[in-house]
Design a protein around this ligand. Structure first.
Ligand SMILES: Cc1cc2nc3c(=O)[nH]c(=O)nc-3n(C[C@H](O)[C@H](O)[C@H](O)COP(=O)(O)OP(=O)(O)OC[C@H]3O[C@@H](n4cnc5c(N)ncnc54)[C@H](O)[C@@H]3O)c2cc1C
Length: 300
C-alpha cells in the first residue's frame, strides 16, 4: 500500500468537545461531542460509513444561520467548510457548484461568465450547501430558482443524483428525501448583463442598511406574508432592546447582535421577548428563520 493509500485508509479523527462558538457567526454555542471537517467527499463518505447509526448528526456550513445552545451538540457535527470549492462550467448556460463553494465566489464567477441571475449569491454569507438547505435568497433571487439537479449524500455515505422535482421548495424552506444532505448543485442559468461594478453597488446598498460587521445570523425571523419582520419589530419599539450581551440592532431590527459576551441563552431569551411583544402589539406571531440546535447548559 502506498503512503497516500494508507493515509486515505486512516479513519478521520474528530475534534472532541469542540466549542461551537468558533464555528458560528453569532460566536456563541457550547461544545460539540465530535467535530469532523472532511477535506474531500471520499473522507466524508468514510466518516459517515464508520459512524454508528445511532449517533445524531448535525450538518454545518458556515454556521451563519445557526443558534447553537450553550450546552452544545451531542453526537457528531459534520462541517463542510473544508470540502473542495468546486465550480465548473458545464456548457453555455449550466454550472455545477460544490457544497463547500462560498456563495460570493459563485456570484463573482457567474458575473465574469455573464451568467445569471446569480449575482444575488453575493449577498449570502455561507457556502452553496447551506444556501441549498435554507433556500437562501437576497436581492429578490432565491437559491433554488435555477437549480436543475443536486447531489446528496445519505447516512451511509452513498451519493445520490436528485432532480429538482424531488424537492418541495418554499420561502427559506426545502423539503426532500429524508436523511440526505447536499454536496452540490447544477444551476441552469441564462446570459446576464450584471457587471462587477453593478455587483459592488448592490452590496454597498445592503451594507448601508444592515449591521454586517457585527456578529449576527442575519435575519432572525422570517418575513410574514405581505410584511417585514424588521418593520414589525421596529414598530414595537424594540430597536436597541437587550438581554445581557444580546441586542436588537439599531440599524436593522430583524438582526440580533452579539455585542460582547452574549450567551445563546441570552439570545434565545431576547428572541422570545421580541416575539411576545410583536405578537401583543400587532397580532402577528413571528416564525424563526434561524435554526436552533443543541442543548441548554445544564442547570438552566
Ligand atoms: C450578516 C448575515 C447576512 C445574511 N444575509 C442573508 C440573506 O440575505 N439571505 C439569506 O437567505 N440568508 C442570509 N443570512 C443567513 C445565512 O447566511 C444563510 O441562511 C446561509 O445560506 C446559511 O448557510 P450556512 O452554510 O452558514 O448554514 P449553517 O448556518 O451552517 O446551517 C443552516 C442550516 O442548514 C443546514 N445545512 C448546512 N449545510 C448543509 C448541507 N450541505 N446539506 C444539508 N443541510 C445543510 C444546517 O444543518 C442548518 O440546519 C445571513 C447571515 C448573516 C450572518
Amino acid at each position: 500500500m502506498s503512503a497516500t493509500e494508507s493515509e486515505m485508509a486512516k479513519p478521520a479523527t474528530p475534534l472532541l468537545n469542540e466549542p461551537m462558538r468558533r464555528h458560528t457567526s453569532w460566536r456563541v454555542g457550547g461544545p460539540a461531542d465530535r467535530f469532523y471537517e472532511p477535506a474531500s467527499v471520499a473522507e466524508l463518505q468514510e466518516i459517515l460509513a464508520a459512524l454508528p447509526r445511532a449517533t445524531p448528526l448535525t450538518w454545518l456550513g458556515l454556521g451563519s444561520n445557526l443558534l447553537v445552545r450553550d450546552g452544545g451538540i451531542r453526537g457528531a457535527v459534520i462541517a463542510t467548510g473544508a470540502l473542495p470549492r468546486d465550480l465548473e462550467r458545464l456548457d453555455a448556460t449550466r454550472v455545477r457548484a460544490g457544497a463547500g463553494l462560498p456563495c460570493a465566489l459563485l456570484a463573482r464567477q457567474c458575473v465574469r461568465w455573464q451568467l445569471g441571475p446569480a449575482a444575488f449569491f453575493a449577498g449570502i454569507p455561507g457556502p452553496v450547501g447551506g444556501a441549498l438547505a435554507m433556500n437562501a435568497g437576497a436581492f429578490g433571487g432565491e437559491t433554488w430558482d435555477d437549480v436543475e439537479r443536486v447531489t446528496t449524500i445519505d447516512r451511509a455515505g452513498e451519493l445520490h443524483e436528485r432532480a429538482r422535482g424531488e424537492f418541495t421548495i418554499g420561502y427559506r424552506s426545502v423539503r426532500g428525501p429524508e436523511g440526505e444532505w447536499f454536496l452540490g448543485a447544477t444551476f441552469a442559468l441564462a446570459s446576464d448583463a450584471t457587471t462587477a461594478s453593478g455587483l459592488k453597488a448592490m452590496l454597498a446598498r445592503r451594507n448601508a442598511t444592515q449591521p454586517l460587521g457585527r456578529p449576527s445570523c442575519g435575519s432572525v425571523f422570517r418575513n410574514p406574508p405581505d410584511d417585514f419582520a424588521g418593520r414589525l419589530i421596529e414598530s414595537a419599539g424594540l430597536k436597541g432592546a437587550r438581554v445581557g450581551g444580546a441586542v436588537v440592532s439599531e440599524k436593522h431590527a430583524n438582526f440580533i447582535i452579539n455585542a460582547g459576551k452574549a450567551t445563546a441563552a441570552e439570545i434565545e431569551e431576547l428572541i422570545e421577548r421580541v416575539r411576545a411583544l410583536v405578537e401583543k402589539q400587532s397580532g402577528v406571531r413571528l416564525e424563526l428563520e434561524v435554526r436552533v440546535v443543541g442543548e441548554p447548559r445544564r442547570g438552566r
